[in-house]
Design a protein around this ligand. Sequence first.
Ligand code: FES
Length: 502
Amino acid sequence: MRYRVDLVPLATSLEVERGASLEAALSPHGVEFPCGGAGACRGCRVRVIEGVLAVTPEMEEAFTREELASGWRLACRGRVESALTLEVAQWEMPVLGDDSTFAFEPAEGCGIAIDLGTTTLAAQMLDLETGAILAVKTALNPQAAYGADVMSRVQYAISGGAGRLTAAIREGLGELIRAMPRRESVRLAMLAGNTVMHHMFSGIDVAPLAQAPFQTAAGGERRFTPRELGWDLPDSAVVRFLPCLGGFVGSDILAGILATGIGESNPLSALIDLGTNGEIVVGDGRGLLCASTAAGPAFEAGRIRMGMRAASGAVAHVVARDGRLECRVIGESAPRGICGSGLVDAVAVGLDLGQILPNGRLADGAREFPLVPPVVVTQADIRELQFAKGAIAAGLRLLLKRWGARAGDLGAVHLAGAFGNYLNAESARRIGMLETPASLVRPAGNASLRGVKMALLSPSRRERWIAGIRGRAEHVALASEAGFEETFVNCLAFGMSDRIGI
Ligand code: FES
């Protein structure tokens, strides 16, 4: 008998024989066993999110009673006796915070800014009088146990799990807040997130987001009392989830627009959040067009054979010198996998060397593109990236077409999110994901968190800002746009897209 084992935060699934050792099952997927599986280092720890993994005497030694109760186990001592969903500690994602400075209006008390991402959560406690950051807390979104991307969570919600998803995210954020100082002084907590996160946090039905036209009428601002959420904050505090912009484009993008100022300035600019739910905005002082596109998890190295987070042992950059590959591996350890930025570089270099063809096939019938032993990029990996980059390129192209512009008219492209921060813009251009010169591409960091902080720290201006962006942003349902399918298919090809007409 075989059981399914799901690994988060990367969307990896395996089938494992009943009774088999977890060490044998996880090793080929890049999980390290630093003490060789002796049960002595905790380096292989996993947290059981679903299923049962028996506690052994070594685990009782390695963990406190609280840690065992919250599901922590040693993978090297575990045997598979049920279907499992495991959080692999080595794969914890780096969560982008924000330490930028900007003008603020002093006010009394403290406030909490929260970026509620599909994969990660980031929260900051702010002194509203001084603007100082008093605490920064980050975590994985606990909903990951119910699906890696927004659509799988929507499906889970529709099939009866909605209450569980709402409880998981409220409790997860409540835990982050409980670990913060000065909670008794909090007056306001503000959250931003995509539409699915907004609905799930608020307890709103997500079924309309699962079928055409993928719209919801319930995307307005939501307010809560801490008591309703079970949060350890004063009764007088207000919790506000900022409003969505339409479809899957949520308040994370509203906050990102605020943070990057793209709706205020000329020339025409774009803001792109490169996540599993890709969100795109183009606009200038005259208006804003926004859309979302299902990119899948390839940018986060999900569903990539040797995909891993940007951590020790990950191939993060690849270049070719004199026809030979040079891979930059994070940390001191030997190469053991590839992260999203490495994958984009690898495909860009493969195209330059003629080992990957513009249609995405490996040349000469090869099945893998070897980088540095044992790391390879497979044909299936290339396809995953092709779909992800095609979704982004097509979305941007369709929005620009609607605006009456072309890629060459963009004065700046802001890339939000962790992946956007590390991406090599030249490689992104080489694979045809972006069509603008690399010099115009700007990493925007956690623009969502920064925008929420700006709103929190500017009490006299925030309502005008929020209403202004909502009023000017027009949501575009890409699938209903003329030429959608043709544009998407055209954008699947790798390479400079000037060759592909709109
Ligand atoms: S590998 Fe060291 S405790 Fe499991």
